[in-house]
Design a protein around this ligand. Structure first.
Ligand code: ATP
Ligand code: MG
Length: 397
């Protein structure tokens, strides 16, 4: 197969070659090209030491991005990462090598890579170095560790998450020995920083994740113990748009907003995720219809934008029919366009208006205002000062 190598990558490989070093495109770009997908970025590995690489590209802008690990970035049209062939030293804490050393041999660099499909190198003349059967595994759609799977997960437990992520994103299965080792070594995930797990998990949720979620639930429960893996939940996820936020909310839909928030905070999820998931879980307990007063209450509680997100969620999870969803969204838009009152700030009376009536103690004013707002939202009273004052006077507080 003739893999098209982008001009700038070709240029980098040739410059290193002319200077007497070996150089290859490696990893994800080779995998994706062989799959017929356009790679996002091209990584290059070389026998040149970082200083030597920098010398080769003296005419270009060079950024020493990770010299300790052998990586420098060269700008040829766009940034290209060039990394010296590496051997990882002994691993500490199941997550990082104690040291890296450089090597002149491509073979040494390939054997430290995680999966066979990620351990292939491509030379400038189009030759593929594939020492672990990566092409065969691509054909068979298999994720398989390079070397002994258990050892590889002992070295770096993030690879457990990467295996699940690649299987999901590529729609692959996980080879038997690798799958067994993932299950056996799942406790090691406790040693991995939450942010790194979450990053892989988010990518996983964007892929064909249903089989992975149900097949590896005990692994995912290591960091997301409150997730629900019932057949119904997994089916909803499979049928939902590939949006990680939405899918995470579905996965947590059987827990309370409070528990989910605690869990997501512990995993250091961003505020946007936190807000969305709690919003959805809180809305699950509400009585939601397309009646105008109900929709106004929804806007009152969550605001117009979030009210729509809630409506979308309940459409994807089957609680709303397409018609009901449409009707709720249209009603939200109509209420907003007409500027109808759904919030205390838009109510035609305020706290001091009520206080000056002398009809209730100071600490009840908020309650009076909210009950007036409810009457307005329910269409029982116009949002006009006189009418509202009248109503307040006639009510018992
Ligand atoms: P993508 O960038 O599309 O997510 P990728 O394969 O390029 O996929 P990266 O995380 O960018 O993945 O890593 C680049 C390459 O480095 C991988 O293809 C793999 O060969 C190697 N690699 C990355 N992380 C590890 C790891 N934890 N253990 C072993 N090898 C790894
Ligand atoms: Mg990459």
């Amino acid at each position: 197969m003739n893999i098209p190598i982008p001009e700038n990558v070709m240029q980098a490989l040739e410059i290193l070659g002319k200077n007497g070093y070996s150089a290859y495109a490696v990893g994800g770009c080779v995998r994706d090209s062989l799959l017929g997908n356009k790679p996002d970025d091209w990584d290059i590995c070389t026998s040149a030491l970082p200083e030597q690489t920098a010398e080769c590209f003296a005419d270009y802008r060079v950024i020493p991005t990770g010299v300790k690990h052998g990586t420098i970035t060269v700008i040829i049209e766009k940034p290209l990462e060039i990394t010296t062939f590496r051997i990882d030293g002994d691993y500490l804490d199941n997550r990082r090598p104690s040291e890296v050393s450089f090597t002149r041999r491509l073979e040494d660099d390939l054997c430290r890579r995680d999966f066979t499909v990620n351990a292939m190198a491509l030379s400038a003349n189009g030759e593929i170095t594939d020492l672990y059967g990566g092409q065969e595994d691509l054909e068979a759609k298999l994720i398989r560790c390079v070397g002994c799977a258990e050892t590889r997960f002992d070295e770096d437990a993030l690879r457990i998450m990467r295996a699940l992520r690649f299987a999901s994103v590529l729609g692959f299965e996980i080879e038997r020995e690798t799958a067994d080792a993932i299950r056996k070594k799942r406790q090691l995930l406790a040693n991995i920083a939450a942010e790194r797990i979450v990053k892989e998990f988010t990518k996983l949720l964007r892929g064909n994740c249903a089989d992975i979620l149900s097949g590896y639930r005990e692994v995912i429960k290591m960091f997301l113990p409150i997730a629900d893996f019932s057949a119904d939940t997994v089916r909803l996820i499979a049928a939902s748009p590939a949006d990680p936020l939405l899918r995470l909310a579905i996965l947590l839909s059987k827990s309370s907003a409070e528990d989910a928030e605690k869990m997501l905070r512990k995993l250091k999820y961003d505020n946007c995720t936190l807000k969305y998931v709690t919003l959805i879980l809180e809305s699950a307990e509400l009585n939601l219809t397309d009646s105008r007063p109900q929709v106004k209450r929804l806007i009152n509680k969550f605001g117009e934008k979030d009210a729509k997100l809630i409506a979308d969620y309940h459409l994807y999870t089957g609680r709303f029919s397409a018609d009901l969803h449409r009707s709720i969204v249209d009603t939200i838009d109509d209420i907003t366009a007409k500027g109808e009152c759904c919030t205390l700030s838009k109510l035609a009376v305020n706290g001091s208006d009520i206080a000056s009536l002398g009809i209730c103690p100071q600490n009840k004013i908020g309650k009076v205002l909210f009950s007036l707002l409810e009457k307005v939202m329910d269409g029982e009273c116009k949002n006009e000062k006189n009418a509202l004052v009248q109503l307040a006077r006639n009510s018992k507080y």
